[in-house]
Write a protein that binds this ligand. Structure first.
Ligand SMILES: [Mn+2]
Length: 317
């Protein structure tokens, strides 16, 4: 049975089924995209955005705990209409959960709490979008998705392979995310340009690593990545996948990243061909008075939702 997942605050509570999923959502004055109740109430929404301002192990520049709020604030300046899709993706309903209150919890306890809430949301069949926060939040989100989808593959977009078994004395460091995912299910990492010499040695047979150096030389990587994925996919986007020129607000920027349109082309293809069951966008570390990275992340989230629900249907498809 789903467990209760209520958090404190002024938002509206919704009890989805007696027995009971209890997610408080933000109202129009605070929610993603500035949506009225009829497009953001929990019950009618097909999408749930879960802000997870978790930051414990960021190693270089800090600030990812402010990422979810910066994305939501920026989203409120986006248009509802998407010209590429010729649609208003928000029509599917986008509920914004109250930022996850970890109530002073740390380490594994905090991650268990994230998993519990995420599993509650996923059990309703809604499309969960987690907003980080540091990349560590992906581990409990993948666990939650794996509870329902056993044939899950994780698609991991990142400059860093994140395959250290342990870093700075912790297996839960954000540099260890994919080592933990490797213990749960198959995965494909793309965009890599910073990692370890012996990475790949202890990986499960279903894991694949795609390096940026090779990807920019051979565009067939898109199809090869899709071929490696199972039908059900969990997508995690570390924003440092993108080039620091377009996405400077990350804790550990790496030159040689990817850009807006080439990435969107791939994401649309992904959403068209696979059943993406949930996703996260992580590691935004907002820079004061620099708004374009926040807008970039917010629009990326809205694009993911648009492709998920409209990518198969509309004019350029
Ligand atoms: Mn990274």
């Amino acid at each position: 049975m789903p467990r209760g997942a209520a958090s404190g605050g002024s938002g509206k509570a919704f009890n989805d089924q007696p027995g009971y999923v209890m997610i408080k959502t933000l109202s129009q004055k605070d929610n993603f995209l500035d949506l009225p109740e009829e497009l953001s109430g929990f019950q009618k929404s097909q999408v749930v955005i879960l802000p997870i301002p978790f930051e414990e192990s960021t190693t270089f520049m800090q600030g990812t705990q402010n990422g979810p709020q910066a994305i939501i604030t920026a989203s409120r300046h986006l248009e509802d209409y998407d010209d590429e899709l010729d649609a208003e993706p928000c029509r599917v309903g986008i509920a914004t959960a109250e930022p996850l209150d970890l109530d002073g919890m740390q380490g594994q306890n905090a991650l268990d709490r994230i998993e519990e809430v995420a599993a509650d949301i996923m059990q309703t069949g809604k499309f969960l979008v987690g907003l980080g926060g540091e990349h560590t939040i992906t581990v409990p989100l993948v666990r939650a998705a794996h509870q329902t989808f056993h044939d899950l593959t994780v698609l991991h977009m990142d400059a860093h392979s994140d395959l250290r078994d342990e870093y700075e004395g912790s297996k839960l460091n954000h540099a260890c995310v994919m080592a933990r995912v490797n213990e749960i299910c198959d995965f494909v990492s793309i965009g890599l340009r910073s990692g370890l010499q012996d990475e790949g040695r202890d990986l499960r047979p279903g894991a694949r690593l795609f390096y940026a150096y090779d990807m920019v030389r051979d565009s067939s990587w898109q199809d090869r990545v899709l071929d490696h994925l199972s039908d059900n996919v969990y997508l995690t986007v570390d924003l440092d996948y993108f080039d620091p020129a377009v996405m400077p607000a990350v804790g550990t920027p790496e030159p040689g990243g990817f850009y807006w349109y080439d990435t969107l082309e791939f994401l649309r293809k992904l959403m068209r061909e696979k059943n993406v069951v949930a996703c996260d966008v992580v590691e935004l570390s907002p820079v004061q008075d620099l708004v374009h990275p926040d807008m970039f992340a917010a629009k990326l989230v809205y694009k993911l939702i648009g492709y998920r629900f409209f990518g198969r249907l509309r004019k350029y498809g």
